[in-house]
Every structure is written in structure tokens, then in C-alpha cells.
Design a binder for this molecule. Structure first.
Ligand code: HEM
Length: 499
């Protein structure tokens, strides 16, 4: 008899739990409380991915945010990312129309911010063929070799004088030179813009694109907030600077001052002249500027940021630095030039790069998406027109997935097949689904090649008076997130057998 009572009680508890769970899942999405009108916009701060990570610890991996009039959902776990980027990808792969980025893109839509439509499909296909394909990436290897050699020579000079090197700047100048020469056919040394100014323009544009702007969320009042906070005038300035840069580059192409045969800009200018239709639109000068903006902003910054964070973590972890240098130097043997084939053998270097992407994904919230048909994530209903962000930065720190998540331990990738190409939702440095970065191969090979050379040719020490604990990992705000304070290290030339 007692057993029957016990069983009935258990049965009742199970039913109550199921009802409670159903209510919870199908009820309101967990949502942090906010102020009237602006919601929690004021709480996001300069580094929204960090604020949202903290909130997700309290409110869970699917969280609704009140940001003015725009319903926004943040997902912060590998499983919820899988549901967004795989299960429901078709219904979440368009982009919201953001006033800020659209203004920067001359009101024409480029690849990264374009809705999921025929124009996006055709432009993405064109770029994939002309820029990102394995064949194209291999064809620019001589440019990479030349630019890496210039970098090594300039660092060697600092090494001989025992002066410190600013690695944020060195990494960016390498990727700027490679991408500009490969895409625009021009090198910026002594031509269009000097490199520091150019880097400033790129950084400012990325910061503007990453900023959560009040006018995107609140009509009229939001515009006043942006105006008062100075965001509006910064955006205008950024747009003017970029425009000037493009015009100078087009002039340079017209005057035939660029080097080499038909490059990507020539191709687009020819399409404009021939009135080629992409999607439903004839390609105009403004479309070209918008397309180039993707290549400029997405291409240069992301690879440089990854290299800078990798060097930062290696300087903070001398054991890992020694191990990866040993791997490269042992395998290189007598050779002084690193080829792409050799890089394939640097397994530990690849783990170092994955670990860097886990802790420092370049685009921590990916690029925002918009829901086009009602979907269910983790049992919660997400209505049409909701804006979606995947907090890749939080996923990389999730203790459910990663043991000792704050530690830089490349060995964690030894016993698993987790890769970074968008199929493993624990590690998403390139995003996933239909909007995945189209230049994974180009970006990865750039990072591997740059790092392998920096690590092969030089030993890196801290400047006098500095200890490992002094190296900070503070982040700078933006759509992409670089190290805020420059990484400054002192190089010593490695005496390889060929020297
Ligand atoms: C280490 C290097 C790179 C990283 C970590 C990276 C990362 C990303 C991420 C996270 C996204 C957003 C994906 C999403 O929303 O799901 C993206 C999109 C994009 N990336 Fe990359 N990227 C890299 C290199 C490049 C390069 C070299 C180029 C071009 C030269 C490039 C061009 C683009 C474009 C055009 C998009 C927009 C795709 C779309 O919305 O359809 N990326 N990238």
C-alpha cells in the first residue's frame, strides 16, 4: 500500500514538473529588467558581448533584451547557437536594416549587411570566385611572401637595435599591405594614405559599425540621443573619410598608377561600365564602394586581430610560446622560408590559433541576424522581426563545454576534432550557416603564415621592467574586438642555420 502511495506521489511530482517546465519554456523569454523606452540599452556599455555574457549567467542561454522598440534575443551556448545557425538558419539568415552601417555603406547594401536576397547571393558568389577561392588565395602567395619579408626585415632592424616592436601595428600593416595589394592592386606606402591614418579610418569605421546605436532601436528620440552623444557626427566623419579613400583609389586606377594586371577593383569598375546587373540592380559606383568596404573592413582587421591576440597569449604563457616555436623550428630544419606545405605540418600552431579564437573571437557577437519566420529556440518562441545575436565570446567561456575556460591551453584541442569552420558550435570564430565568413581559407592561411614567420624568426621578450603579469587583455570596442593597449615586445633574431 505504502508503495502505491509513493508511486502516485512520484507520478504527481513528475506531472507538476512537466507542467512547470512547459509553462516556463512556452512562457515569456527570460529578460533582464530595463528602463522605460530605452530598456537596457544603457547597460550594454562599450563592450556589449561582456555585459551580455554576465547577464546570460543569470538569465540563461536564450535571453530577450528590451532595446527600445526592437525585440532582440541573445543566444549564448553551443546548443542554442546550433539551433540558430543550423536548424533554423534559413529563417535567421537575413540581416536587420541598421541605420548606422547602412549610412556607412552609402545606403547600398554590401555583403555583410545585405538581406538574404538575390543581390547578396550574386555578390557573394562573385567575391567567392574572384577573391576567396583556394586558387585565388594560392595566386596571392608571392604578395604574401614579399610583404612578410618586408615585415621580417623591419623587425630585424629593431632586433639589432634591441628596441621594442608594437605588434598591433606590425600585424595590421602586414594584413593591410597584403589585402590592398591583392584586392586593390595598390600598396599604400607613400601613395594614397599613410598607413597610420589609414588604420585609424578602418578602426573608426569598425567601431561605428559595432556600436549599439539608439536610433536603430528608438525612433526620433534615438536620433537625438545619437546626436547628443556625438555618435552621429562620428559616423558622418567616418563616412567622409572612407569616401575620400575610395575616390583616391578609383583615381589611381583611372590614372593606371596601380601595379599588375586587372584586379578586383578594375573588374568591378568594368562591370559598372558594362552595366552588369547583380540581383535586380545595375552595379553602380555606390555598390562598388559598399562591396569594397566589406573586403576592407572584414579582410584586414580580422586576421591582424587574431595574430595580435595570439602573440599576446603566447607572451603571457611562455611554456606555450616555447612549445610552438620548437615545433616550427624543428620541422623547418635547414630551410629559412616557410611554405604553405610546411604550415600544414604545424599541428600545435593550429591548436594555438584555435585557442586564440576560443578566448578572443574577432567578432564576438557575430553580425546581427533577423528572424523572418517564427521559430523555437530551446522551447521558447521567437517571433518574426526579432533581432538575433550569437554571443560567440560567451560560448568560448562556457564551463559546460570548456574545462578551466579562462586558461590558455591549446592542448585542449589535442583529443577532439573541434574545428573552426562553422560545424562545431562550441567554436565559431567565422560564424556559421548561410552567413558564415566566405573567406575562411584566406583568413586562416594569412594568420598561420604571419604567425609562423614571427615565431620562427624571432624570440620575443618583455620590455625591461615588465613581468608576464603586466600584459593585459583589455579589449577595444567595435564590431571586431582588438587588444585595447598595444602589445609591445622586444625581438631577438633567432640564429637559424641559414644565417
Ligand atoms: C581570421 C580571419 C577572419 C575571421 C575570424 C572572420 C570572421 C568573420 C565573422 C565572424 C563573420 C560573420 C559571420 C556571421 O555573421 O555568422 C564574417 C563575415 C564576413 N567575412 Fe570574415 N573573417 C575573417 C577574414 C575575412 C577576410 C580575409 C575577408 C575578405 C577579404 C572576409 C570577408 C567577410 C565577409 C564579406 C563577410 C560577410 C558574410 C555575409 O554576411 O554573407 N573575412 N567574417
Amino acid at each position: 500500500m505504502a508503495n502505491i502511495w509513493l508511486l502516485s506521489l512520484l507520478f504527481l511530482i513528475c506531472i507538476l514538473l512537466a507542467v512547470f517546465n512547459h509553462k516556463k519554456k512556452h512562457g515569456q523569454l527570460p529578460s533582464p529588467p530595463g528602463l522605460p523606452v530605452i530598456g537596457i540599452l544603457h547597460q550594454l556599455g562599450e563592450l556589449p558581448h561582456q555585459s551580455l555574457w554576465k547577464l546570460s549567467k543569470k538569465y540563461g542561454p536564450v535571453m530577450h533584451l528590451k532595446l527600445g522598440r526592437v525585440p532582440t534575443v541573445i543566444v549564448s551556448s553551443a546548443e542554442t547557437a546550433r539551433q540558430v545557425l543550423k536548424v533554423h538558419d534559413l529563417h535567421c539568415c537575413t540581416r536587420p536594416s541598421l541605420t548606422g552601417p547602412r549610412e556607412l555603406s552609402y545606403n547600398y547594401l554590401d555583403i555583410a549587411f545585405s538581406p538574404y536576397d538575390d543581390y547578396w547571393k550574386e555578390v557573394r558568389k562573385l567575391c567567392a570566385q574572384e577573391l576567396f577561392s583556394t586558387k585565388q588565395v594560392h595566386s596571392i602567395q608571392p604578395i604574401k611572401d614579399e610583404e612578410v619579408k618586408k615585415l621580417i626585415d623591419s623587425i630585424s632592424e629593431s632586433a639589432s637595435q634591441k628596441t621594442p616592436v608594437n605588434l598591433n601595428k606590425k600585424c595590421l600593416s602586414l594584413t593591410v599591405s597584403v589585402v590592398c595589394r591583392a584586392t586593390f592592386g595598390v600598396s599604400f606606402e607613400g601613395t594614397v594614405l599613410n598607413s597610420d591614418r589609414f588604420n585609424q579610418i578602418v578602426r573608426e569605421a569598425l567601431e561605428m559599425l559595432g556600436s549599439f546605436s539608439a536610433s536603430d532601436f528608438i525612433p526620433f528620440v534615438g536620433w537625438i540621443i545619437d546626436w547628443l552623444s556625438g555618435l552621429q557626427s562620428r559616423r558622418e566623419r567616418s563616412k567622409r573619410d572612407l569616401n575620400l579613400f575610395y575616390e583616391q583609389m578609383f583615381d589611381l586606377h583611372k590614372q593606371g598608377k596601380k601595379q599588375g594586371s586587372e584586379d578586383f577593383v578594375d573588374l568591378l569598375l568594368r562591370f559598372e561600365k558594362e552595366e552588369v546587373v547583380l540581383g535586380n540592380d545595375k552595379l553602380t559606383r555606390n555598390h562598388i564602394k559598399a562591396i569594397l568596404m566589406d573586403v576592407l573592413l572584414a579582410g584586414m582587421d580580422t586576421s591582424a586581430i587574431t595574430m595580435t591576440w595570439a602573440m599576446t597569449e603566447l607572451a603571457r604563457n611562455p611554456r606555450v610560446m616555447r612549445k610552438v616555436q620548437n615545433e616550427i623550428r624543428t620541422q623547418m630544419g635547414e630551410k629559412a622560408i616557410i611554405s604553405m606545405d610546411e604550415i600544414e605540418q604545424f599541428h600545435y600552431l593550429k591548436m594555438v590559433i584555435k585557442e586564440t579564437w576560443r578566448l578572443h573571437p574577432t567578432t564576438p557577437l557575430l553580425i546581427p541576424r533577423e528572424v523572418t519566420s517564427e521559430i523555437q529556440i530551446d522551447g521558447y518562441t521567437i517571433p518574426v522581426k526579432t533581432r538575433l545575436h550569437v554571443n560567440v565570446w560567451a560560448i568560448g567561456r562556457d564551463p559546460e563545454t570548456w574545462k578551466d575556460p579562462e586558461a590558455f591551453l591549446p592542448e585542449r584541442f589535442m583529443d577532439n576534432n573541434i574545428d573552426a569552420k562553422g560545424q562545431d558550435f562550441e567554436l565559431l570564430p567565422f560564424g556559421g550557416g548561410r552567413r558564415i565568413c566566405p573567406a575562411i581559407y584566406m583568413g586562416t592561411t594569412m594568420v598561420e603564415f604571419g604567425l609562423a614567420n614571427l615565431l620562427y624568426h624571432f624570440d620575443w621578450k618583455l620590455p625591461d621592467g615588465m613581468v608576464v603579469e603586466d600584459i593585459d587583455i583589455e579589449e577595444a570596442p567595435g564590431l571586431t574586438v582588438n587588444k585595447k593597449n598595444d602589445l609591445v615586445l622586444v625581438p631577438t633574431k633567432y640564429l637559424d642555420p641559414c644565417n
